[in-house]
Ligand binder design. Sequence first.
Ligand code: WTA
Length: 633
Amino acid sequence: MAEHKDEILLKVNQVFNPPERVLEKALISAEEFDKIYQKSVEDPEGFWAEQAEKELVWFEKWEKVREWNYPYYKWFVGGKLNITYNCLDRHVENGRRNKIAYIYTNEDNQEIKVTYGELLEMVNRFANGLKSLGVKKGDRVVIYMPLVIEQMVAMLACARIGAIHSVVYAGFSANALRMRIEDAEAKVVITSTWTKRRGKKIDLKSVVDEAVDGLEFVENIIVFQREGDEFELAEKEIDFNELMKNQSPECEPEVMDAEDPLFILYTSGSTGKPKGVLHTIGGYNLYTHVTTKYVFDIHEDDIYWCTADPGWITGHSYMLYGPLSVGTTSVIAEGAPDFPDPGRWWSIIEKYRVNIFYTAPTAIRLFMKYGEDWPAKYDLSSLRVLGSVGEPINPEAWIWYYENIGRKQCSIVDTWWQTETGGHMITTVPAYPQKPGKAGKPFWGIKADVVDKQGNPVEPNTVGFLVIKEPWPSALRTCWGEPERFEKYWNEIPNVYTAGDLATKDEDGYIMILGRADDVINVSGHRIGTAEVESALVSHPAVAEAAVIGKPHEVKGESIKAFVILKQGHEPSDNLLKDIKMHVRHELGSLAVPDEIEFVEKLPKTRSGKIMRRVLKAQELGMDVGDISTLED
Ligand code: WTA
C-alpha cells in the first residue's frame, strides 16, 4: 500500500514545461500570469473592474463592483448590458460579420457553417418569435434539444429578450425533464424531433410529450423538425422554422441588469432532488470571457472545439457564451465520439485544423483502450492547447493525451470547476509548467485553499476540503426556489465556499483534486446524486430499501453500484434485475442506471437509521471500514 502511494506521488510530481511553439504564441507568460494573479487577489474589485471595462460592452456602467452581504453577493451593481450583444452584435459591427461562429458536423459528415452575421439574424428572428408567443423578461424557457446550431440559437434568443433558459440534457428521461419543467414553471419548452447516435435515431419529441402531459402552465412547445420530418403538430405545438420565418431579422437586445438571471441549470447534490443553480448576466459574461481567452489562449484565427453538450455547464460556458463573447470559431459535433469508427474525432481535428481541443478524461480513457494507432493515422499538427474537464485526470491518461494527441507539442490545461462556479477555477494557463494529475493553481481573482473541517489550512500534500475564500464574478447566486441550499455552500465551513471536493496542495501551490467529498458520484464526468438514484430505486414496487455507491471504473471514472433489499414476497431474479434497471432509466435516464445491483438482506445503518454508504463502499473495495462506532448492528 505504502509503496503504491509513493509511486503515485512520484508520478504526479513530474513537471512538463510548455513546448516552445506554445510559449512563442502565448497571450501571457507564466511570470505575467503570476504577477497579475497577485494583483487580482490583493484587489479583486479593482482587477475585475479593469477587465470588465476592457473585455465587455456595457450599456450603462456599474455603480459598485461588488457588494457582499454574506452569504449573498452581487457584481457590477447597477451595470446594464446584454450578453448577446457581447456575443454577437459587437463582432458583427467590428469586422467579424463573415467570420464563422460555428461549424457543425455529425456522424454522417454533414457540414453546416454559420457566420456571426447569420447567427445574429437567426437569434433575432427566434427572439422575435418568442416575443410573439408572449415570452417576456424573467419567464422561464426549458430547452431539450440535440447538439445542433438551433440549440445555440434558442439559448441566445432567450438571453436576447431576458427570458431565463433552463437547458436539460437530451439524455434525461421524461420524468427528470418534467421535474425540471415543473420546478422552473416553464412557459415554453423548446425541443426537436430526434438526435442520432451510433447511426440510430433517438426520439426526443415523445419524451417531451410525456414530460409536459397535463402541465397547464406550459403554453407552447416549439419543435425543431429535422430533415425528412413532417410532423402533425398538436395543440400548443409550433414549428421552430415556421416561427422564425416571418419574423424580422432585427431585435433590439433587452437592456438587462448585471444581476438579472441568465439561466438555471439543474445539477445533482448529495441530498434530495437536483438543485437549480442560478447564474446572472454580468459577472458570468465577464468571467467566462476572460477564462476562455486566457486559459485556452485563443487567437483570432484559432479553431476551437469543445466536445461537451449544451446540456451541461461546460456547454453553457465554453461552447456558447465564452467562445462567442471572445469571437472565436467553434466546431460542434453531434453523435458519439467513436462512431462510425474510433478515428472520428481525430478526423474532425484534421479536417478543420482544430487548434484548441477541450474534452473529458473519460473520453481519453476510451480512446486509450482503442490504442494509439487510431490517432496516429491523422494529422493533428494544428493542435496547440488540449483541455480536460469533468473529473480528475489520472496521470496515465494525461500522459497518453500529451503524447498521442498532443504529440508532445501541446500544453494541457486541466480545468477544475463546477456548475456552481460558472467558469474555470483551478487550472494552469498554456504557458505554465504542468504536472500530470494536478489541475494547477487558482485562476485570477480566485482565492482557493485546502482546509480541514474547521477551515484551517492543512499541511502540504495532505488531504482536505477544497474551498474558495471570497465570491468571484461567476459564482452561483442562488438555487432556484431553495435559498437554504445555496446558503449551505457558504455555511458548511463558515465564510468560505465549500466545493464538495477533496484535494491536496503541494509545496509549489499546485492543487490536485481527488474527487467528491460528499455522496455525489461522477460517472463519465456527469454528476449523479446517490440520493436521486436511491429514491428512483425505492419507487420500484418490489424494492423496500436501497443504497448506492460509486466504484472506480477504468473508463467512466466511477460506476454506480446499488444494494437493494426487496419487499417481502419478491425474490431476486435476472428479470427483476432488468426490470429495476429499466425503472431507473425511466425515472432518471440512462446515465443514472446502476452497472451493478446486488440484492441484500440488510444495509449498514447508524442508530438513527441513516445508511452508512461509507461502510458499503469500504467493504466493496476491500478496504478498512474505519470508525463504525455509530453503526447500529
Ligand atoms: C469534478 C463540470 C477533477 C469535481 C465542469 C467537481 C473535476 C465536479 C474537474 C463538478 C477536474 C470537474 N479535475 N475533478 N479538472 N472538473 N471535476 O458541476 O468533482 O458537472 O466538483 O461541472 O466535477 O461537476 P459539474
